[in-house]
Design a protein. Structure first.
Length: 281
């Protein structure tokens, strides 16, 4: 075997040392400058605005958990992107959605995906859902120096707990603080409207069709009151990104599936602009 000056096969010794199953810990030890939170940034000039993703929601239902988000990214009072993806698979049985500084958020997602994949390859088994949520805590907390400069990332994490046979949702703050939400969660600029709408429409054990409809209604309500949240755009065929995680794994609804739901919501709003009302008990 060819051995170079850095170790076996020409690889640096660090790559061959049995240190940790955490890729983030590996980077922190051997290349800390590659971690997003460790980068040195110039002082932002007056009026600087980074592109920001806005509203994301998550909710448990009978078969697992739903995660959804609008598609708009803003830069101050300007629409920077109309068709941005904010919901991603974390691994086979979990999903992550992002709000906050768009570029850094996507980088955090990629690092999180790699972290979970690396652990599974090293240990031969996937982390528990709670273990995954804890790993994300470390990543969000590591971005705190960037958040203090106005480049915050606030994700939602959700997945199907294969040990308990239920969907679970976790929310975060900019310091990495993690909370498990009982039924629904939302974050981003339109989250107060989306969460309020979803809470009124939600009930435990909802079917897939009902929870998808409720999520699209909630994002519509957020767009109705928050300029940074994008509603269904029928002319451009831009609709919320909706994903489901069940015992069978992660599944993203097709554009046609979401379009059908979104069109039904828009049609109903022509008759009832404020949306459906929760029944009085």
């Amino acid at each position: 075997m060819n051995t170079g000056p850095h170790g076996t096969g020409g690889l640096p010794a660090a790559f061959l040392a049995p240190e940790t199953s955490s890729f983030v810990d590996f980077l922190a030890a051997h290349a800390p400058g590659l971690l997003p939170g460790n980068r040195s940034l110039p002082a932002p000039h007056e009026g600087f605005e980074a592109p920001h993703g806005t509203t994301i929601v998550a909710a448990t239902y009978a078969d697992g958990v739903l995660v959804a988000g609008d598609r708009r990214v803003t830069m101050g009072n300007v629409i920077a992107h109309r068709d941005y993806d904010k919901v991603f698979p974390a691994d086979e049985h979990s999903a992550i959605a992002i709000a906050g500084t768009a570029g850094i958020a996507v980088e955090l997602v990629k690092l999180f995906q790699l972290e979970l994949e690396h652990h599974e390859k090293i240990e031969g088994t996937a982390l528990s859902l709670l273990g995954k949520a804890n790993r994300l805590t470390t990543l969000v907390r590591g971005n705190l120096p960037m958040a203090m400069q106005g480049l915050a990332v606030v994700p939602l994490f959700a997945g199907y707990d294969v040990d308990k046979g239920v969907g679970r949702v976790f929310s975060y703050d900019v310091t990495g603080g993690r909370s498990e939400e009982r039924d629904v969660a939302a974050t981003g600029s339109g989250s107060v409207y989306a969460r309020g709408s979803l809470k009124k429409l939600y009930h435990p054990g909802m079917s897939e069709a009902d929870i998808v409809l409720a999520a699209v209604q909630a994002l519509y309500d957020a767009a109705d009151d928050d300029a940074a949240t994008g509603g269904p755009d029928l002319s451009r065929r831009l609709f919320p990104r909706v994903c489901l995680v069940t015992e069978d794994g992660y599944r993203q609804l097709t554009q046609d599936e979401v379009a059908e739901v979104a069109r039904s919501v828009v049609d109903r709003r022509l008759e009832a602009p404020n949306g459906p009302r929760a029944p009085l008990l």
